[in-house]
Design a protein around this ligand. Structure first.
Ligand code: ZN
Length: 319
């Protein structure tokens, strides 16, 4: 089991998108330390579960066709910032554009609100498994909402000849710099009065930043020696082309800390949504919830998820 998981992590880092497995796991992990003491004990004793399962939603994309749109929204489809043509309330948006169309261009800001409501219910019911699974899941979607290219239809630079930029921004650079060079000392979780408005704000900021993410890569490429942009690296016995360390560092420098800032904002938002759900759920005493995180049937379900993911076929758009 342990070997398999290690294998997944190694393999997954280079195949999956969505912040990359490393960053998603790191975000959920770090978020635990922002929680108040009444939550911290419970979350800390399940910190490995929360970080390991931070990537379940990405694996689910290989099993469920309806999963993919939950990770992104192509805001540029709705005109220009601040995309006023798109109602922020789900029912109004459905009425205007139809659900099929909304699903086609992504639903992440609404899906996070659905997950948040479920998490509140889980706290009310003191349902340990649901609290942990939903906490891990919502951490993923909130983090995706903070990735600029998750708010743009040009999500992998495919319209501008910049293919690969998605994984470059959210996987390659965090894997290179987060552990040793970035600071994850962040204050504490805060109550979010209007989770819907909060997440819309973040998604709008992501959409605005998407242009910068693409433009800087383009101009840097023009000014960078062409033979120095990529490097060939040996990954588990396979030679793969990768953005070079020099190019990655130069890009990160020009982004002026954008990726680190997004990760920090993600961590803070994840902790705040967990905390808010707990408060809205009546601040239940979590100290009595001590059984194992997953029951036998749930373990089987998780294995099936892993199995589907291993087939490597995403049902829906890769994002
Ligand atoms: Zn994702």
């Amino acid at each position: 089991m342990k070997f398999l998981l290690t294998f997944f992590l190694l393999f997954a880092t280079y195949t999956a998108s969505c912040w990359g497995f490393f960053a998603h796991q790191k975000i959920n992990y770090q978020a635990v330390f922002l929680l108040p003491p009444q939550m911290m004990l419970f979350y800390k004793s399940n910190i490995l579960f929360l970080s390991e399962h931070a990537v379940d939603p990405d694996m689910r994309r290989y099993a469920l066709p309806e999963e993919a749109p939950r990770h992104y929204i192509d805001l540029d489809h709705y005109g220009a910032y601040p995309y006023d043509s798109l109602p922020r309330v789900w029912n109004a948006a459905v009425e205007k554009f139809s659900e099929d169309s909304l699903q086609k261009y992504g639903i992440v800001p609404w899906w996070i609100q659905t997950m948040q409501r479920r998490l509140v219910t889980a706290f009310k019911e003191k349902n340990r498994t649901a609290i942990l699974k939903l906490s891990a899941d919502i951490g993923h979607y909130i983090s995706d909402a903070h990735v600029p290219l998750h708010a743009s239809s040009n999500h992998n630079g495919q319209h501008t000849g910049q293919q690969g930029i998605h994984g470059f921004w959210e996987s390659r650079i965090p894997e290179m710099l987060a552990e040793n060079e970035w600071d994850f000392f962040i204050g504490k979780a805060a109550y979010v009065k209007l989770p819907g408005m909060f997440i819309w704000q973040r998604v709008l900021e992501s959409a605005v930043a998407a242009d910068t993410v693409l433009e800087i890569e383009k101009s840097l490429t023009l000014h960078f020696p062409p033979d120095k942009k990529y490097a060939f690296e040996n990954r588990n016995g396979k030679i793969t082309r990768q953005y070079s360390t020099a190019f990655a560092r130069a890009y990160d420098l020009q982004l002026k800390g954008m990726i680190e800032r997004s990760m920090r904002q993600s961590i803070e938002a994840v902790a705040s949504f967990w905390y808010t759900a707990w408060v809205d759920g009546g601040q239940p005493d979590l100290s009595s919830l001590t059984a194992t995180p997953l029951s036998e049937p749930e373990l089987i379900e998780y294995e099936a998820l892993q199995q589907a993911w291993r087939t490597g076929l995403i049902k829906g758009r890769e994002h």
